[in-house]
Design a protein around this ligand. Structure first.
Ligand SMILES: [Zn+2]
Length: 424
């Protein structure tokens, strides 16, 4: 492309986008706020998710959205395992750092004390006499290092299976590998602790390991946050935008999972859309829902479908946004195969506006908050953007890592698609 033409198109884009009403500066500031340490990773330590809900409610109110529920809140609750105190591990006296060097399994029970470490490699497990000696021994003060038993071809895979399911009743298991340290919240305690170490963070020989992990349990009171803009011509028909605002929170008092892409980015787009529709009144009523409890099992959205604040039968279209910070490789539409006509419209909007390089169809999947709406018969999509971004459920999914490179195009595409459904 010639430079002059490129410049001309650049100016055209600018006009086109400013007309569209997205506000990437506002979206960025929302992401920055949601990912700040004041929000504790929007989880269950220090009620981080409640702080985030309060912020979203204030943003809804500032745009004069009509409150649904109790002043924008739909209260709900669920059990949760959380870790309010500092998580500590030392290996022969040398500290290892939570989130960076190691992570524990979701729902890891309390572990407190000094433990022996025993490496169970393939040679030991395949040696009948050595393995026989392990049986019947008491390992309640021992952690087994077991990563080799997963990767190697073994003569006796059933023995590895026994070890890996903790059939020898060790205190816990240790894996070391170079995978990213990925975490999730849990409602139930795991049977035994599993510690995942980064290769290089766990020496070949460790004699003593000190562990202090204090797991707490509570029934956590939380809330969905819901606002509405009344439709001009068909106020009894609804288009619904959703995004979950919860994330993993804190692993102990010091390690935070900011959840920038997952899903501060989706919430920012949701708030930006609320801003846009409050200035450009839509034909249908438009509902904005920020869901709680997604990461722990789609709890907030499930609760809403069981206790709907708008008639589910009158929802003409629901768009759930989760992981919205990239887009250089395009957008994926979960449920495309369920709603082929709507998906064709989405592709049409994209080619008319020349927004994203690819719109990929995907089938039904129970992987975000659209799911229970589809099950309830609502035409619902889950959109996520694809691009060169690989932080997911780790401590590096931070505000500063995000580019929002195709934010404007994605915003424009999604609002075009919703507006088309509302006959605009
Ligand atoms: Zn998510």
């Amino acid at each position: 492309m010639r430079r002059s033409l490129f410049l001309a198109l650049g100016i055209l884009n600018l006009v086109w986008f400013s007309a569209a009403g997205q506000d990437i500066i506002y979206a960025r500031s929302c992401i920055k706020t949601l990912c700040s340490s004041d929000f504790y990773g929007r989880g269950y330590v220090n009620n981080g998710d409640k702080i985030a809900a309060q912020f979203i409610r204030e943003e809804f109110a500032a745009k004069k959205l009509l409150p649904l529920g109790e002043n924008y809140f739909q209260p709900l609750g669920f059990p949760v395992i959380y870790y309010p105190a500092r998580v500590e591990i030392t290996l022969d006296g040398v500290p290892a750092f939570a989130g960076t060097d190691f992570i524990m399994n979701p729902g890891c029970p309390t572990v407190n004390g000094t433990f022996k470490v025993l490496k169970l490699d393939s040679a030991l497990v395949d040696n009948t006499s050595d393995f026989g000696k392990l049986r019947g021994k008491n390992f309640k003060n021992t952690f087994f290092v077991v990563d080799e038993l997963k990767s190697k071809t073994l003569l006796h895979p059933e023995r590895a299976k026994l070890v890996l399911s903790n059939g020898l009743k060790a205190k816990g298991l240790i894996y070391k590998n170079n995978k990213t340290l990925v975490w999730s919240p849990a409602m139930d305690f795991a049977e035994y602790p599993i510690l995942y170490f980064k290769e290089g963070s766990f020496p070949d020989l460790v004699l003593k390991m000190q562990v202090k992990i204090d797991a707490s349990y509570k029934v956590h009171g939380t809330q969905n946050v819901i606002g509405m803009i009344k439709g001009k011509t068909q106020p009894d028909s609804f288009v619904v935008f959703t995004a979950h605002y919860d994330h993993l929170g804190m692993m102990g008092s010091e390690v935070m999972f900011p959840g920038a892409n997952d899903n501060a980015s989706g919430v920012a787009m949701l708030l930006d859309m609320a801003k846009y529709y409050s200035k450009n009144p839509p034909n249908f009523s438009v509902v904005f829902i920020a869901f709680a409890g997604e990461e722990i099992g789609l709890i907030g959205s499930y609760y809403f479908t069981q206790n709907p604040l708008v008639d589910l039968k009158k929802i003409a279209l629901l768009i759930n946004m989760d992981l919205m910070s990239t887009g250089d490789e395009g957008l994926t539409a979960v449920n495309a195969t369920e709603f082929p006509d709507l998906f064709e419209n989405l592709k049409l909007c994209n080619s008319m506006g020349n927004y994203l390089p690819d719109i990929a169809p995907r089938g039904k999947a129970q992987n975000s908050d659209h799911y229970y709406f589809t099950e309830a018969g609502v035409p619902a999509f889950f959109f996520y953007l694809r691009g060169n971004y690989h932080h997911y459920h780790d401590i590096d999914d931070t505000y500063s890592e995000l580019t929002l490179s195709r934010y404007k195009e994605a915003f424009q595409l999604i609002t075009d698609f919703a507006n088309m459904r509302m006959g605009k």
